[in-house]
Design a protein around this ligand. Structure first.
Ligand code: GLN
Length: 512
């Protein structure tokens, strides 16, 4: 097997045992990037000098290390970072003209922790502008292509990170997730992605989109890698007032303990028409082939793959239960009021005064603001700023923003109630496999609807993981979403690991 196709944990083994150097690993990835990046466009910035420098530093640490010493968890491991996390001295653009030349004077906490763990930076990955989108087509610097089918989207907004992992251009990557931006691209690209509990990973140095929903998380080749990354990036950070002071467990400790007796919930609202769970899964599968049986918008092959996966969980000893999330139907509307409101406030700072783009020509200060913002932001970002400004304006605030906050509480309560009866919840990650580039760009509402299974998770603040659970007839990956209680990542990862090890979906790779 080639070095670039190894999992993070396999690669780390080789480096620690000194069978290869960190520099070997770095070269393997830079070579691979040279081969496939021209077709995929997963990166906005490559940092070859930094890569070599960090690999050499790792090698120095390794050669000076006593054999019995405990090596740093990511020593010499090459990773990619979504371009909305500040990296000191390295361009951080958010895929926006507004920040095209922005070089942060400080490091985000998540990437600082990766540094302390010995990682090697390969580059910064493509995304939807300011993380607003589900396809990476909103990047000001050109879309990323799905490595499984270059005519399709990789998902978004962390599409560059997911595509880079899927195409073996890095050992793992960081993404951010406000409404599904780690999980949906992970599903589209056939890799693992985890949005942690809100407050688990520091947001310090993450360029803000919607601060009450944003979380940083890993995108990896398998579940064990995901647990290793979580051990590094999680934990309380005094620099982020919303980071929670909750003990960080070792996510690898109970990973392999199995799921005998685990109670698994299937939300009735996500599969309308499918009653009498969990009596007969095979029956569901057969009926799922009939379109009237499947929730409008859920692809039949996605539905079938999820039902098969639920069967597999049952065979592993899990107990399947039907649950209800009654406010599901309001999630998309609630999210698009709250996320746009927060975005309109967060993005007010891009006024051309202190940093970022400034319009060349302008008559006075007001004109400078106007031109800077109309030239610097792309169409989706402008749409969101306008929606959010409207929802927050006097007279509408009560009707929209306040109402959406109330519904958010109801959605969170749905999950609290459900988790009284079950330990995890299973849903599809995305209603469809990766769609064609350009297919939904003209219809924002269609694009927003692809978040249907992921956004309520951010509204509730709970953890959600996507992992591969099937392939469609046209060879596109399907993702299953596993949800857990607040701070319940350990259980989510354990269930994901058990399923992953019982199947071989995670071993498939796009033929690039
Ligand atoms: N697709 C969703 C949106 O456009 C979620 C994006 C995200 O999670 N950053 O808002």
């Amino acid at each position: 097997m080639e070095l670039h196709s190894l999992t993070l944990h396999a690669l780390r083994e080789l480096i620690i045992k000194k069978e290869i150097t960190a520099k070997d690993a770095a070269f393997a990835y830079t070579r691979r990037i040279g081969q496939v990046e021209p077709e995929v466009n997963a990166f906005l910035t490559l940092t070859p000098n930094k890569t070599i420098e960090m690999a050499e530093r790792a090698d120095k640490v390794i050669s000076g290390q006593p054999e019995a010493g405990q090596p740093a968890p990511l020593l010499g491991v090459p990773l990619a970072i979504k371009d909305n996390m500040c990296t000191e001295g390295i361009k951080t653009t958010c895929a926006s003209r507004m920040l095209e030349n922005f070089i942060p004077p400080y490091e985000s906490t998540a990437t600082r922790k990766l540094m302390d763990a010995g990682y090697v930076l390969l580059g910064k990955t493509n995304m939807d502008e300011f993380a607003m989108g589900s396809s990476t087509e909103n990047s000001a610097f050109g879309a990323t292509k799905n490595p499984w089918d270059l005519s399709r989207i990789p998902g978004g907004s962390s599409g560059g990170s997911a595509a880079a992992v899927a195409a073996d251009m890095c050992a793992a990557a960081l993404g951010s997730d406000t409404g599904g931006s780690i999980r949906q691209p992970a599903a589209c690209c056939g890799v693992v992605g985890l949005k942690p509990t809100y407050g688990r990973v520091s947001r310090y140095g993450l360029v803000a989109f919607a601060s009450s929903l944003d979380q940083i998380g890993p995108i990896t080749k398998d579940v064990e890698d995901c647990a290793i990354m979580m051990n590094v990036i999680g934990g309380h950070d005094p620099l982020d007032s919303t980071s929670a002071d909750v003990a960080l467990p070792d996510f690898t400790a109970n990973l392999k303990d199995g799921i005998k007796g685990l109670r698994v919930g299937i939300p009735r609202e996500y599969f309308p028409g499918y009653l009498n769970l969990p009596q007969d899964w095979k029956q569901a599968l057969r009926l799922g082939e009939r379109s009237y049986f499947v929730s409008p918008g859920i692809d039949k092959e996605v539905f079938a793959a999820i039902m098969e996966a639920v069967n597999a969980l049952q065979s592993l000893g899990a107990e399947i239960k039907e649950i209800s999330l009654p406010h599901t139907g309001h999630a998309v509307a609630t999210y698009y009021i709250l996320a746009t409101s927060e975005a309109s406030s967060n993005l007010a700072r891009y006024d051309g005064v202190k940093y970022g783009y400034r319009a060349k020509e302008h008559e006075d200060l007001l004109d400078m603001y106007k031109r800077t913002r109309s030239e610097g932001f792309g169409p989706e970002v402008k749409r969101r700023i306008m929606l959010g400004t409207y929802a927050l304006s006097s007279g509408y605030y009560e009707a929209y923003y306040k109402k959406a906050q109330q519904v958010r509480t109801l959605i969170k309560r749905d999950f609290d109630d459900a988790f009284k009866d079950v330990d995890i919840i299973i849903t599809p990650t995305s209603p469809t496999p990766a769609f064609k580039l350009g297919e939904k760009t003209a219809d924002p509402l269609q694009m927003y609807l692809s978040d249907i299974f992921t956004i309520s998770v951010n509204l509730a603040g709970i953890p959600g993981l996507s992992l591969p659970c099937g392939m469609t007839g046209s060879n596109l990956p399907v993702g299953m979403q596993i949800l857990g209680r607040h701070w319940g990542e350990e259980t989510v990862l354990r269930a994901a690991y058990a399923y992953e090890q019982a199947t071989d979906w995670h071993t498939r790779k796009p033929g690039m």
